[in-house]
Design a protein around this ligand. Structure first.
Ligand code: CO
Length: 209
């Protein structure tokens, strides 16, 4: 199939329905974006950032990758965070994981998946750090569930360690880093209660996880 006509048809209907409610919507949006939130989430098709929190285009700046990882040497996520913090001046960075994450599951299983195993190695490193807690869980679903949560907390810590976030706090800017988890089974977001609003608080999170 060379063209995906049905998707263009859907797009036309979607744009029409928005313009029907708000004729200036796209004109206004084309002038600038001013999102308050940066969302760092999993690429999983069941976890679309804007839809989950019921916001409109223009309201969330989004970065997604497999298993919502923030790796200190990953130019892609670092560039997104820098742009969001320094140019867009967002006041909230949300790391959102999800239960049933295929990346977390694959990392725990340890089977061979090819190139992606190099990416999943970061989750395996997290697992080694929390192995006692994860292995104390009663069964495999519980192990995966707690690993999904711990993975989010570790990424919150990683976001807090980036130079841009540290600099923002240093200069007295309000910048909050949140760790959330989404349940595909019921569509509900949960706050993991690891919100960091400054450098001192980030150290407390390190002790917590
Ligand atoms: Co996932």
């Amino acid at each position: 199939m060379r063209t995906l006509k049905h998707l263009f048809d859907r797009n036309q209907r979607w744009a029409d329905s928005i313009k029907e409610k708000d004729p200036d919507f796209f004109t206004r949006l084309s002038k600038q974006q001013a999102p308050q939130y940066l969302w760092i989430g999993c690429s999983d098709s069941r976890v679309p950032a804007t839809e989950i929190v019921d916001l409109m285009p223009g309201e969330i700046f989004v970065h997604r990758n497999i298993a919502n990882l923030v790796v200190h040497s990953d130019l892609n996520s670092l560039s997104v965070i820098q742009f969001a913090v320094e140019v867009l001046k967002v006041s909230h960075i949300i790391v959102c994981g999800h239960y049933g994450c295929g990346g977390v599951k694959a990392a725990l299983e340890g089977a061979n998946h090819g190139l992606i195993d190099n990416w999943l190695q970061f989750i395996r490193d997290n697992y080694r750090q929390h192995q006692a807690l994860v292995d104390a869980q009663p069964d495999e679903p519980a192990r995966q569930k707690i690993m999904c949560e711990l993975n989010v907390m570790e990424q919150v810590w990683n976001v807090c360690q980036t130079t841009f976030v540290q600099n923002a706090w240093e200069s007295g800017r309000e910048l909050n880093v949140h760790g959330w988890i989404y349940d595909i089974a019921d569509g509900i977001l949960r706050d993991l209660d690891v919100t960091v609003t400054g450098r001192r608080e980030s150290m407390a999170i390190r002790r917590k996880i």
